[in-house]
Design a protein around this ligand. Structure first.
Ligand code: DC
Length: 223
């Protein structure tokens, strides 16, 4: 069974995808982490992220592995554990930039599809998991929340990690990233026609978790 959760940054999809995968014993596939790993390599190699040919060249000699771990997944870039290093706002923005290149998407989508097929039972999370990677997924979700609520969540998350950044900067970055993800020509961020839309504004994680789990249970009974 393939379950997909798409949505913008800070909509709660990562946390819920991890919780659902754990609950059901499914493999959790964080597709954004793969764009982030490539972005980190691009940053380190000094390649121009706006030049698709150079980015693809780097990607062709890159090994990305997602290894299940206690709290989700560990991300390995050419054998190096980069799980923490890829979680910055800077890398998020760079990931969004390189994700605009169709050639880059083609390579990563192929890898992501393979991961899902190998896992058989998987929860995939990202921007195009239900529209492009698995258009025939069994159950598709699309999470939304107002930019202000998403910025607030990010702000709290970063604060807990001891990272000092102000709320208005985060809100600005979230809006910029939304614009990049929603306006790219190849696979823009949008709900699949058959996706269940979940607005997480004003809901606790537990509320969203229960809502999603209930829908999965109802739908899998019908299958
Ligand atoms: O979900 P995230 O914040 O880790 O994703 C980082 C960026 O990667 C996101 O802004 C756009 C890109 N991305 C994508 O284009 N397609 C996906 N399936 C996942 C992420």
């Amino acid at each position: 069974m393939i379950i997909t959760i798409d949505g913008p940054a800070g909509s709660g999809k990562s946390t819920i995808a991890k919780m659902i995968a754990k609950e059901l014993g499914f493999t959790y596939i964080d597709t954004g982490a793969m764009y982030r790993a490539v972005a980190l390599k691009i940053k380190r190699s000094g390649v121009d992220p706006d030049d698709p040919l150079s980015v693809v060249k780097v990607l062709q000699s890159t090994q990305i592995d997602l290894i299940p771990s206690e709290n989700g997944v560990k991300v390995f870039l050419d054998g190096e554990d980069v799980s923490g290093l890829i979680r910055t706002e800077e890398i998020g923005k760079l990931a969004s930039k390189i994700a605009r290149h169709p050639q880059v998407r083609k390579i990563l989508v192929r890898m992501q599809r393979k991961l899902g097929e190998k896992a058989k039972n998987a929860v995939l999370e990202g921007r195009d998991t239900g529209t492009v990677i698995f258009p025939d997924a069994d159950i598709k979700f699309f999470f939304t929340a107002s930019p202000e609520v998403r910025a607030e969540r990010r702000f709290k998350e970063l604060k807990e990690k001891g990272i000092n950044i102000n709320y208005s900067d985060i809100l600005k970055e979230i809006k910029e990233r939304d614009l990049l993800d929603e306006t790219r020509e190849d696979s823009p961020l949008r709900p699949a026609e058959d996706a269940v839309i979940i607005d997480t504004t004003g809901k606790s994680l537990q509320q969203v978790f229960r809502e999603v789990l209930q829908i999965i249970k109802e739908r899998s009974r019908l299958h």
